[in-house]
Design a protein around this ligand. Structure first.
Ligand SMILES: NC(=O)CC[C@H](N)C(=O)O
Length: 431
């Protein structure tokens, strides 16, 4: 029958064209997809496929339980030096947006958390090769390649996470291409980022001011600040002057209505200079001070608390914290869901240093999630281990920025509302 003949021919043809298209695709895929191996210092190796830059790196292997916001996590400077394992199995499905905003005095110049990818490498169970989002301009793979960041897919991220949860954050190496077949590095070859002052590498070298016409003047010590911290202050009509992390704020403090200490990578013990400057500020200055994550750890160290290294830290956008004290929008007894990314924490000690009290506690592991100066101390200092600015993550505690800015305004008014002086000293502190 002619009809059957035609059908048979056309199906043979389409089968042929499908198979040749498939084999062409396969050939390209085989060319492009290099082997990759993730080695852990504890002796385990995981073999998969490279989808990022063809370069091998060392780093500290950590896991994040966030389901979305891989773009925000990867641009968070606190991930510097870390090989970031996503527990969420499919990563990359909404691609990567164009990371540009106008760099004006009112804007920080990016829409993500910093200009480029900050983590050392990424590990995903299954990378989405096709992406779909109205703001996306490229795939996760192309973004990693552009920033020379290696990435591995096709590994059992559940097994890796179970290991990291049991044995703690572990040094690792992501080996790509020919390196992937080499034996695992010897124990002493692993690079340990916590031995370096990562904050000093990432912090601004120059003092600069954003939103100079804002109604209050905030100084921000930059330990590796996420852009959304600065944005959250500017959106509340604050002018923000950004200083290097080890700048002695006491030299210029009379020109400001409040002090902010940002998040940052690595071990807070590397930042004692900042804690000692801050100790003097807290003793001699009664205006509002707010710190997030690394900033909170520095406040704690200045207050006399110890910072310790946790087994695997908390990284994700679903960490519940219980408020222990009332302050502004925060109500004691309420649980807030928060975004977190930290390896270190302040030790809960009894009694707390005089003039200080715990502010929040983690509902999962009871670690200290916040501290504050007591009412009777006459000080106005808060620190939180989590990220109220989110990006990504829930906005449960975003109003803490409003509380801080309102407190700065109230103190400014109480002091007579004198217009803030311009910052006298605009210097590059680092050589
Ligand atoms: N996000 C942060 O500021 C992290 C602080 C510190 N690097 C830690 O890991 O605990």
């Amino acid at each position: 029958c002619p009809l059957l003949k035609t059908l048979a021919t056309s199906s043979r043809l389409s089968a042929l064209s499908v198979s040749s298209r498939f084999s062409r695709g396969l050939a390209t895929a085989v060319e492009q997809k290099l082997p990759a191996t993730l080695h852990l210092k504890t002796g385990e190796s995981f073999k998969g496929t490279s989808f990022g830059a063809p370069t091998s790196v060392f780093g500290e292997t950590v896991f994040s339980t966030s389901i979305t916001s891989y773009t925000e996590s990867m641009t968070d400077p606190s991930y510097r030096g870390q090989i970031l394992v996503f527990t969420s199995p499919l990563i990359g499905n909404y691609g990567v947006p164009k990371n540009e905003a106008p760099f004006t005095s009112q804007d920080v110049g990016v829409i993500l958390e910093s200009k480029g990818i900050q983590c050392a490498a990424v590990v995903v169970g299954d990378v989405a090769e096709k992406y779909s989002h109205h703001t996306a301009v490229e795939s996760l793979a192309s973004w990693c390649k552009r920033y020379n960041v290696p990435a591995i897919t096709g590994v059992d991220t559940r097994a890796i996470t179970t290991l990291l949860r049991d044995q703690g954050t572990t040094l690792g190496r992501l080996a790509i291409g020919q390196d992937a077949a080499l034996p695992a590095p010897a124990a002493e070859e692993y690079w340990d980022p916590s031995q370096e002052n990562l904050v000093d590498q990432i912090s601004t070298k120059e003092v600069y001011e954003l939103n100079p016409t804002g109604s209050i003047k905030i100084a921000l010590l930059d330990f590796g600040a996420k852009a959304n911290i600065t944005r959250s202050l500017i959106r509340r009509d604050a002018s923000v002057t950004v200083f290097p992390w080890n700048y002695d704020f006491n030299k210029v403090r009379d020109q400001f209505d409040g002090l902010f200490l940002s998040n940052g990578p690595g071990d807070p013990q590397q930042c004692w200079d900042a804690a000692l400057h801050l100790r003097r500020t807290i003793q001699e200055w009664n205006k509002p001070i707010f710190g997030i994550c690394m900033g909170h750890q520095i406040i704690g160290m200045a207050a006399g608390l110890d910072a310790y290294r946790m087994t695997f830290g908390n990284r994700g956008h679903n960490q519940p914290v219980l408020a222990l004290a009332n302050a502004g929008s925060i109500k004691a007894g309420r649980v807030y869901v928060t975004s977190q990314n930290h390896q270190y924490a302040l030790k809960l000690q009894d009694p707390f240093p005089q003039g200080w009290e715990p502010f929040f506690i983690n509902c999962n592991d009871s670690s200290v999630e916040g501290i504050k100066s007591t009412e009777v101390s006459g000080k106005r200092v808060w620190g939180v281990q989590f990220h109220p600015e989110s990006a990504g993550g829930p906005l449960d505690t975003i109003e803490m920025f409003t509380d801080f800015v309102d407190e700065c305004k109230a103190v400014k008014e109480a002091l007579g509302g004198a217009p803030s002086e311009p910052v006298a000293e605009k210097v590059a502190v680092h050589a």
